[in-house]
Ligand binder design. Sequence first.
Ligand code: PMP
Length: 437
Amino acid sequence: MHRYEALRSLESNARTYAATFEQVFEYGHGMRLRDSAGREIIDCLACAGALPLGHNHPEVRDAIIEFMHSGHVHQALDLTTPAKYEFVEKLFSLLPPNFASKAKIQFCGPSGSDAVEAAMKLVRHATQRHPIIAFHGAYHGMTSGALAAMGNLGPKIHAGPNASIGIHFAPFPYTYRCPFGTDGSQTEELSLNYLETMLSDPESGITKPAAVIVEVVQGEGGCIPVSDAWLRALRAITQEHDVRLIIDEVQSGFGRTGTMFAFERAGIVPDVLVLSKALGGGFPLAAVVYGRDLDVWPRGTHAGTFRGNQIAMVSGRKAMEIIVRDRLQENAAQMGALLMNGLRSIAARFPVLGDVRGRGLMIGVEVIKPSDELIAGPQDGNMARDIKLAAFERGLLLETGGRHGAVLRMLPPLIVTANDVAEVLERFEDAVAEAFA
Ligand code: PMP
């Protein structure tokens, strides 16, 4: 048996990308991957947003090699090291000053899920309250607590009857498919009213929550951004009710949406910020950054062996330096606009492509069954999958997400150029044409 077939037969049935894209990926540089047959693939996923600079960025690689040769410790639990000092100093310099000046950081076992667990534990300790409000369609990770806050039933249906204990869900302002059945212009207001009722009406059956957890742009949920006004209103409501606001920027952080952090554009600050993916510049790292007033959890409340991954701190610091130096958040805004405009003109030619939305380089195209009566026809997850596979045949790697898996998601690295965008659009249009034929 060929060795890769042997590997496939050993790997779990729960594997995801490897089951869809069966090629053997050998090399990566920037936005390009090469498989074992020598075929080049444009990577429009960037490891689900974890590679802000694409694959094998030479400066990040050199920084790691230099560090490896330096004799410094590579893993350090949460001991103090020069690499950790430099990393934290850099990270705090990127946070809005009115947040950084009163913030603390806790490193987490290096997945985003673990940082979400920490955020929940933190607010529950500090408020001595248990409930947390999350949103329909939210994705916060796969560990039990994070999974509980997932708005999509699929991955948690087998997690048992208590999978969402302590979590209450509120409708997300998904204007294209208003959860209240009205047209999109009223979605935001209605979702805020709903939340207000959850927090103030004793008949809503919810005891006072510790926090609300939100993604500023729902990622896995289908690249759905909230407006700045909505986020400001959410901040105001949580403050009014003395409920903490956890912003999960695991996917949207570090320039991806056109600003260093997606929440910044609304001019607000969260109580807790959850970070991972791009935080480590491509290496596993996760952390929660939170207001000092919350720092009442006892020592050891959120331990974890690999919190002190020094290589990820070196790589993450270098990536942050490069993002700032090369103004890559601005590139994300510009290239994102170019890509989104291109996708919108393609969507105008194919009735199966509905809403094209996102912010910066978090872009989703919702695939629909066209209908004359409805603005947003029913979602078509099968067609989305067909387009994804047709795109892959043309050397374009993208993913599906969102409700019913009907959203084609693009998350190119922040180094994407106008030429890359043109190539992505060309391959994408061909793929849609083939799937739609
Ligand atoms: N939060 C968000 C917003 C995410 O997008 C993800 C991962 N897609 C997570 C949390 C979980 O991160 P991880 O997969 O590293 O556990």
